[in-house]
Structure formats: structure tokens, C-alpha cells
Ligand binder design. Structure first.
Ligand code: AMP
Ligand code: MG
Length: 433
């Protein structure tokens, strides 16, 4: 969908995102040890090779018995049985329960052959040579049957799952020491601008501290990537392209900020990359974040390998000649932030074969009015109170107003065709991660 906007054609947010996701192919999967897979996306179905649990065992500390032998047990009239053995968790010996006897058993221990129920120790006097049992037990009492958790062959964790601690537990419980996962995408962030100074250096009139590259590296990590920040690159045509090319050996995705607006010769990122012909610069029907660039750039041959230590889970299969997706985001910090969340975050997901990395959307009632330009989708910083279902738009919505960004936990979406909303209206809200 395109919108007339003066004499400019705007690309819709959806079309731009669809083109990005259509360009990205997931990274090749790698087999990784279970200690290094949390947060990564599973690239195979993990199923139970054997039933879980694989043997009948006791759910409690107690006494293995036959139901008939304790049928008459009562608090005022306990049944006393001899205790012929004791079996603990991990004991692999073969035990058999003879009628009229009991075997002391611990939680997780294999059931002796012939066991019909486990009487919890709390119902007994806890005896060692013989035990007084104060209550009858039903067949299967406190028994965990083989396959009672999962059947053999059952898929436990499906391909495409982002592994959380519970998934790691299940995979380990199924006996797998390693699994196929998509590596963490390596994202290189680089900001351009003659005005940019490193945070930590003294303030100089006319200059500002680079916030974008730190913000985007942090956002990329939050999205599951390994992020590297390249120091500020000045607005010089001879510096931008080499700086980008230098980083490509360690990038599965690149993000630049600045230098892509309509300001002509100072917009050196656009000037330098436009010549390559593989990156498309366009105006997207949104605010903030209208000037967007996206495309791919060929990875040059690596000079001396990766060098240094490669973190577990990093993509190391990247080859020279492959094409690295690159985002050129606008320089205003709020524009860069919103652009990242709307476009780059799902792209990082796509590199991991994960399609659920978009931001969560909720509906909330506006606590104040807001305005939006015609023909563009606004993403306005707000404070969402989920418990009350309300969102308060913040004042100071300029794209440079990073302080307001620091107060926000949500973005209020104002659709393209809506130019104002009133207090009490219901708005669509993106929950910020
Ligand atoms: P540009 O997209 O290069 O025209 O920059 C637009 C605005 O964003 C200008 O006010 C820049 O000073 C500002 N800006 C650009 N890059 C950064 C950055 N890395 N951190 C903070 N502000 C920036
Ligand atoms: Mg600039």
C-alpha cells in the first residue's frame, strides 16, 4: 500500500517490513551443548527417545506394599508389616516385594517388582525392621508410572521454540546433551555524524554524545543477538563505506544510524551505499522513522579469520561472499529506536528462524489527547498501566527527545488515517521490551 504525500510516494510499514523479512534467510543451525542453548531458537524437534520417566518409581518417601496387605489399616488399628529391604533413588538393583511384607522406598526409587502402592512415611511410624501403617492405600498410590510424563516418540519441544529454562529442563530430562539450534545473530552497530562525541568525553558546543549505537547494541542483545558497537564514523564519503566493509566479517546484520535523510551531501551513508545498488532508500509512512534504508551488502573475504574468542552460540559459519542485511536508520535517537523495534527486531528473529519477535500489542484507554500527521502511522511514547488498561501519552514527542524515551514503556500507535485521538479513546499500544 502506498500513500500520496505531496508528490512523494510513501511505502507502508507493512510493505517495508515484508520486504525486509523476504530478504532474510535464517542462519545455518549448529549443534550446541545444553549449557549454551538458552535464549537460542531450536532448529529440530526434540522428542522423548524413551518414555519419561523410563521406569515405574515412587512419588514419595514411604513403604512399597500390596493393597490387600494394608486394606484393614486404620489409625486406631494399624497394620504391622515386616520391612525386608530399603531402596533409594539411583539404586539399580532388582527388588521383589513378597506378599505380607513391605520395602522401604525413597522418592524417585525404582518400584520393587510386585508393588501396588506406596504408603507415605507420614501414614506410618517410620519403622526400620517393621512398620506400623495407619491407613489403607489405593492401587497406584504415590506411584509414578513409566511414560506418565511423556510417551516414547512424543515431541517435547518443537523446532522454532526460543529456549527458556523450562525447555532446557525438558531437553535435559529427555537425555539430550546437545541440540541443533540457530546461532545468535551477530549484529554490528555503527553511527555516523561529525557532531558525535563518545559518552564520557567533555561537552563541546555543537556536538552531542552518541547515544544511538549504545542503545541499538543493547536493543539487539535484548532481541537475542550478539551485538558489537563500532566507534563513531565521521560524515566523510571516504570513511563510511570502508568502515562498514571492515565490520562485515563479523556481522550477520548491520545497523547504521544517521546520514540518510534528505539533506544532500552531508547524508554520506545514503550517498556511499546508494552507489552499491543493493540498498534501497525510501520513505516509510510512519513517524518517527520516515527515511529508511535496507538492503544487503556482500561480505568481503576475511583477512585473518575471526581472531579472539568466539562466544558459544555465535554464528561462525558465515562465509565470504554471503550477503549481509543492512539497515540504515535515521539519526534521531527516537527515530532510530522506533525503527529498530518495528523493523530490525523482527529481522533479528528471522535470522534465527523465529517469527514471534515482534512487540506485544495491547489495547489501552488514552488518558490524554494526541495528534498525528495524515498519511503516516505515529508511534508515540507513552506510559502504559497494564493493570488499569490505560496509557498516558508523554509530552515531548520530538524525535530528538531521548529523555522522553527514557520515561516510556510503550508506543501508542495512531493509524495512518487518524489525525487526532481524544482522552478515553481506545488505542493500540506496543509494549516495549
Ligand atoms: P541525521 O539522520 O544524520 O540527519 O541526524 C538526525 C539527527 O539525529 C541530528 O540531530 C543528529 O545530531 C542526531 N543524531 C545522529 N546520530 C546520532 C547518534 N548516534 N546519537 C544521538 N543523536 C544522533
Ligand atoms: Mg548526520
Amino acid at each position: 500500500m502506498t500513500h500520496g504525500h505531496g508528490n512523494e510516494e510513501l511505502t507502508s510499514v507493512e510493505d517495508h517490513l515484508a520486504e525486509i523479512l523476504g530478504t532474510i534467510t535464517p542462519l545455518a543451525p549448529a549443534e550446541l551443548g545444553l549449557g549454551d542453548v538458552d535464549g537460542l531458537v531450536l532448529a529440530e524437534d526434540v522428542s522423548a527417545a524413551s518414555p519419561l520417566p523410563s521406569f515405574d518409581n515412587s512419588a514419595m518417601d514411604g513403604y512399597a506394599v500390596r493393597v490387600e496387605d494394608v486394606a484393614a489399616a486404620a489409625a486406631e488399628n494399624p497394620v504391622t508389616l515386616p520391612v525386608t529391604a530399603e531402596v533409594a533413588a539411583g539404586d539399580t538393583g532388582a527388588y521383589a516385594l513378597q506378599p505380607g511384607t513391605s520395602i522401604k522406598i525413597m522418592t524417585g526409587a525404582m518400584l520393587p517388582h510386585g508393588t501396588e502402592a506406596v504408603v507415605p512415611v507420614e501414614w506410618t511410624d517410620g519403622g526400620a525392621a517393621q512398620v506400623a501403617i495407619r491407613a489403607p492405600a489405593e492401587y497406584g498410590q504415590a506411584v509414578r508410572l513409566a511414560g506418565g510424563d511423556a510417551k516414547a516418540g512424543e515431541v517435547l519441544v518443537g523446532a522454532g521454540t526460543r529456549l527458556k529454562p523450562m525447555h532446557v529442563a525438558v531437553i535435559a530430562a529427555a537425555g539430550r546433551g546437545s541440540v541443533l539450534v540457530r546461532p545468535r545473530p551477530r549484529v554490528v552497530v555503527l553511527s555516523t555524524g561529525n557532531e558525535l562525541a563518545e559518552p564520557g568525553t567533555p561537552v563541546v558546543p555543537g556536538r552531542i554524545w552518541d547515544s544511538n549505537s549504545f542503545m541499538l547494541a543493547a536493543a539487539a542483545r535484548e532481541a537475542g543477538a550478539l551485538a558489537y558497537r563500532r566507534a563513531v564514523v565521521p560524515d566523510h564519503p571516504d570513511e563510511v563505506l570502508p568502515a562498514i566493509e571492515d565490520q562485515l566479517v563479523r556481522a550477520d546484520l548491520m545497523i547504521t544510524t544517521g546520514g540518510v535523510s534528505m539533506g544532500g551531501e552531508h547524508d554520506v551513508v545514503k550517498a556511499a551505499l546508494q552507489r552499491l545498488g543493493t540498498i534501497r532508500f525510501r520513505k516509510v509512512a510512519m513517524q518517527p522513522g520516515m527515511p529508511q534504508g535496507f538492503g544487503t551488502i556482500a561480505r568481503p573475504p576475511a583477512a585473518g579469520g575471526l581472531g579472539g574468542v568466539v562466544p558459544p552460540g555465535a554464528n561462525t559459519a558465515a562465509a565470504a561472499g554471503e550477503r549481509v542485511p543492512i539497515f540504515t536508520l535515521p539519526g534521531n535517537p527516537v527515530s532510530a529506536y522506533v525503527s529498530f523495534q518495528v523493523f530490525a527486531r523482527p529481522a533479528i528473529g528471522a535470522l534465527q528462524g523465529y517469527d514471534a519477535l515482534g512487540l506485544e500489542r495491547v489495547q489501552a484507554e488514552l488518558t490524554g489527547p494526541l495528534r498525528s500527521p495524515p498519511g503516516r502511522r505515529s508511534f508515540l511514547r507513552g506510559v502504559l498501566d497494564r493493570a488499569r488498561g490505560r496509557v498516558a501519552p508523554l509530552t515531548g514527542q520530538g524525535s530528538h527527545q531521548v529523555a522522553t524515551l527514557g520515561k516510556a514503556n510503550a508506543l501508542v500507535i495512531v493509524p495512518e488515517w487518524v489525525v487526532q485521538m481524544a482522552e478515553g479513546d481506545t488505542a493500540e499500544v506496543l509494549v516495549l521490551p
